[in-house]
Unconditional design. Sequence first.
Length: 358
Amino acid sequence: MSEHEKENVEQADLAETVQEESLFICTANRDFAAYAQEELRRLFGSVKSSVLSDREVLLVRLNTGTEDAVRQIADSRPVFLRHIQPVQFERQGENVGELLSEAAAFVAGSGLIGAGIKAALQVRKSEDAGGESAPKLKEWLEELLRATEAEFVSAGADWIVSVYVTAGAVYAGVSRPEDNLSDWSGGAVRFRREEGQLSRAKFKLLEAEREFGLDLSAYRSAVDIGAAPGGWTSLLLERGLKVTAVDPAKLHPSLLKMPNLTYIRKNAAEMKFRENEFDLLVCDMSWSPKLMVQLVTGLLHALTPGGTAVVTIKLMHKKPMALIKEVIASFEESRLQVQGAKQLFHNREEITLYMIKY
Ligand SMILES: C[S@@+](CC[C@H](N)C(=O)[O-])C[C@H]1O[C@@H](n2cnc3c(N)ncnc32)[C@H](O)[C@@H]1O
């Protein structure tokens, strides 16, 4: 190979290396973006990022190609990183209408969406972006993409078109729903509030059911520790389980007449249960994690081997990652194997653990 050819090959190699970069918009719960970033840093080494929306949305540049990055992120099962969307189109400017038209032209030109394809349009805005609302921008985008003849859907999409608008830029990307960590826009899981719903906390267990792929109706008998006012208990009853609800506080009166409910108005630390009485233990006590671990592990004899535990861990002040590690280690010493750990969209200053007793 001549020197000139060698140089060309080296340049081609270099070009390939340069291409091995990807850009994502990453979302975490409010105030937890720094921990999502730390999760990425642990995976990829140094991570270049800038804030798009204070304390929750980051623009992240990785030294890894998009496909590889998506796989590594999904495999790592991050706790705080709730949603990722690839950025394949990035334009600075003030005129959102123009930028959106350009983004739509890019999406149409990608050839990924067209007749016979189901596409979900997900449009979000940063806090500082003025102008039209995100739903209005989504309407515009749909209009701009009408000529593609794609079918626009909100669930069950083949492709997701994600657009993020800030005060000075528009970012867009097209991806498979399974590559975004969540198929909800920004990972913001929305459930319809039901009439007579007892607590917002019910959404946490509903979301845990989806996130961890649980089939709650497959269980027989559950104990709900810290059950009042009764959102989790009501969901378990709806799923057809027998429920023992333990709480010194009052359960909502509407639950008390339910035939499958046993309500014990006590501190759970005073409870004595029989061996293997339950195949599901749930605990949403909003308590000091250390005390919660003590209390739950003290009741584990009542959970059948192979039984499931779903608990929320309250994140106290600083260092949530160290705290989570500690709590998981304590549970694992007590024969609970962690299957999933996630800060759900409906978790506030907490995360949810899904565990199986072995
Ligand atoms: C966040 S609320 C639970 C909400 C519930 N998951 C729902 O869906 O309605 C926390 C509950 O834990 C209860 N709690 C705190 N310490 C407890 C203990 N030692 N034993 C039983 N319940 C306790 C509190 O009384 C409170 O009602």
